[in-house]
Write a protein that binds this ligand. Structure first.
Ligand SMILES: [Zn+2]
Length: 185
C-alpha cells in the first residue's frame, strides 16, 4: 500500500517538529518506522507540508530536499528530536542544543541563496532555529500514545494528544479494551 501524508502527520505545529515526527514510534525499536527512509515518501513530504503544515504560509512553496542534502536533513531531524524531546521533559542539555545548532548551520551552509521556493531542508533549519530562539517550554509536549512532539496551541494548554481524533481515540479504545478484558476475567 502506498503511504500518504495526511493532515494528522502535521500535528506538530511547526515544520521542524513535523519533520522530527516522520519517525513513527521512536521509543519502540520493534515497531519504529522511518517514513523518510522511503525516498518517494520523503519527496512527497514537501508537497503535503505545503497543504497541512502550520508554518506553510511562512515558507511559501516547499520543494523536496535535493539528493546530496538528504543526509544533512536527517542529521538535522535527529538533532531536532533530541533537543526538543529533552526540553519537553524539562531536561537542561546544552550539548543537545549545540548539536542542533551545528546541524542547522550545516544545512544552511549547504543551501545557497535560492529564489522564492525553498527546499525542505532549508525551511526545516529555519523552523528549528525559530523554536530554539523562541522556546515555548510550556507548550511543547510529547504525545503519550505515539511519542510525537507537538506545540500545544490551545488557549489553556490543555491538549494531551498530538491529535485527539487519532491518538486520543486510540487511547480510549485501549482503555475500553482493557476494561472489557478485565470484566471478562
Ligand atoms: Zn500521538
Amino acid at each position: 500500500m502506498t503511504f500518504t501524508w495526511t493532515a494528522h502527520r502535521f500535528a506538530g505545529g511547526a515544520l521542524a517538529l513535523d519533520v522530527a515526527n516522520s519517525v513513527i514510534l521512536r521509543f519502540d525499536p520493534a515497531r519504529r518506522i522511518d517514513r523518510f527512509a522511503d525516498v518517494p515518501a520523503l519527496d512527497g513530504f514537501a508537497g503535503a507540508a505545503n497543504r497541512f503544515c502550520a508554518e506553510s504560509q511562512r515558507f511559501g512553496t516547499l520543494l523536496p530536499v535535493a539528493e546530496p542534502n538528504r543526509t544533512r536533513l536527517l542529521t538535522l531531524r535527529e538533532a531536532t528530536d533530541r533537543h526538543f524531546r529533552a526540553q519537553a521533559e524539562a531536561e537542561q542539555r546544552v550539548d543537545l542544543m549545540a548539536d542542533l545548532l551545528e546541524a542547522i548551520a550545516a544545512v544552511l551552509r549547504g543551501a545557497g541563496n535560492g529564489g522564492d521556493a525553498v527546499a525542505l531542508d532549508t525551511a526545516t533549519a529555519h523552523s528549528a532555529l525559530s523554536l530554539v530562539a523562541n522556546p515555548e517550554p510550556d507548550r511543547l509536549k510529547i504525545c503519550p500514545n505515539c511519542g510525537w512532539l507537538f506545540l500545544d496551541r490551545s488557549r489553556n494548554r490543555s491538549r494531551t494528544w498530538c491529535d485527539m481524533a487519532v491518538c486520543g481515540n486510540r487511547s480510549k479504545a485501549k482503555r475500553h479494551y482493557r476494561r472489557s478484558k478485565e470484566e471478562a476475567q
